[in-house]
Design a protein around this ligand. Structure first.
Ligand SMILES: [Zn+2]
Length: 131
């Protein structure tokens, strides 16, 4: 009998989380099992994080405030850089532009989905529903 190189983990999650994942999977056009699809997403997230650490090692995520993402930039003497969502575009408060390394880094962060444009109608997000 050949030895399997596969390992198994079982995940327990809230029904609400499961429903969100399942719905997203059902909306994909890929012909792939749910467990494989979830595993691919996790592996892609790990690869993306590794890439960000190499490509933008001087930047790090600090947190989120009401309508902005806060980053630390070691190239700017550890300054805190705030990226805001204005007129449906990301805007760097330090560089005063929408096409800088800080904006690109923010676009790769999952916290991006929590931002709300103060000029746009209020949209409820997962994060804001918890509070
Ligand atoms: Zn910037």
């Amino acid at each position: 009998m050949p030895k399997s190189n596969a390992r198994q983990i079982n995940l327990t999650m809230a029904k609400k989380t499961h429903d969100i994942i399942r719905k997203a999977w059902e909306n994909t056009t890929e012909d792939i099992k749910l467990s494989s699809w979830v595993l691919d997403i996790i592996l892609q997230a790990i690869e993306k994080d590794k890439w960000l650490k190499n490509y933008a090692s001087h930047l790090s995520f600090v947190g989120i405030d009401k309508n902005g993402i806060l980053l630390r930039d070691r190239h700017l003497k550890d300054s805190i850089v705030e990226i805001k969502l204005l007129d449906n575009r990301l805007w760097c408060q330090i560089c005063r532009e929408k096409n800088c390394m800080h904006v690109y880094y923010t676009m790769a962060r999952p916290e991006l989905a929590s931002l709300q444009d103060p000029e746009q109608p209020h949209k409820t997000t997962r994060r804001s529903r918890r509070t």
